[in-house]
Design a protein around this ligand. Structure first.
Ligand code: AMP
Ligand code: ZN
Length: 114
């Protein structure tokens, strides 16, 4: 998707602080971090929202969570804990329409979110 912000990050056309990468998944810092650690976990392949998951692409969600598990170990936050969130659509708070998982850690996170 040539006009997608996160596809441009995957392609290296827009800079990002990349912290983890494998064949299918990229993890980089959110530009407006809401916690001491706030990263975005994305599939390299463009999927717009959770509503666009199909039997052909749903394995990417599992790969995103496996990457989170590896990354949490790498960053030393696995034991203290963290939160993962996927916003979907307008009322879900989604602003970038390339599916992504927010990974937040480093402070006591409140519930429910705003
Ligand atoms: P959402 O609102 O769930 O769609 O999340 C989109 C996230 O992307 C927000 O938390 C933004 O701060 C973040 N964001 C927007 N532009 C960039 C960028 N160029 N690099 C890194 N994060 C970004
Ligand atoms: Zn995209």
């Amino acid at each position: 998707m040539s006009d997608c912000l996160f596809c441009k990050i995957v392609a290296g056309k827009i800079p990002a602080k990349i912290r983890y990468e494998n064949d299918d998944v990229l993890i980089f810092d959110d530009i407006e971090g809401q916690a001491p650690l706030h990263c975005l976990v994305i599939p390299k392949k463009h999927i717009a929202t959770l509503n666009d998951l199909t039997l052909d692409n749903h394995q990417l969600i599992a790969k995103m969570y496996l990457a989170v598990k590896e990354f949490a170990k790498q960053e030393g936050i696995a034991e203290q804990g963290y939160r993962t969130v996927i916003n979907c659509g307008e009322q879900g708070g989604q602003t970038v329409y390339h599916i992504h998982l927010h990974l937040l850690s480093g402070r006591n996170l409140q519930w429910p979110p705003g």
